[in-house]
Write a protein that binds this ligand. Structure first.
Ligand SMILES: [Zn+2]
Length: 117
């Protein structure tokens, strides 16, 4: 009886271990995909800035100043872009950043800046 219980437990542990290996591989694949997307976005950003520099004459210092200004919109210079909670234009309730409508009255809420997340 003890042997059957032990074997069942060992099989359970073995099954969970195989599931965890699958999950780890899935997480690794997701991290690789996110890294690929970030690298692609960095490449496109670099290309866009170089085009602006060549065609419009925007300087590196102007770009740095704008990055700093945008970074400070949430009150903290940390290299992170966090949206502040919005205020509903209809009822004045706080609306979670990223929400498309007010939970209080259902009014459509647009972020202050088009690329806020
Ligand atoms: Zn509202």
């Amino acid at each position: 009886m003890w042997d059957i219980w032990q074997e069942t437990r060992l099989n359970d542990v073995s099954r969970r271990q195989r599931e965890n290996v699958f999950r780890t591989k899935d997480v690794d694949a997701q991290v690789l995909e996110l890294n690929r997307q970030v690298q692609k976005m960095a490449l496109v950003n670099q290309a866009l800035f170089e085009l602006l520099k060549e065609k419009v004459g925007i300087s590196d210092e102007e770009l740095r100043r704008k990055v700093r200004e945008i970074d400070l919109r949430d009150g903290v210079q940390d290299g992170d872009l966090k949206a502040k909670p919005l205020k509903c234009p209809k009822c004045g309730s706080a609306v979670t950043a990223g929400a498309l409508s007010c939970m209080g009255c259902g009014a459509t809420v647009a972020p202050k800046y088009p690329f806020e997340i």
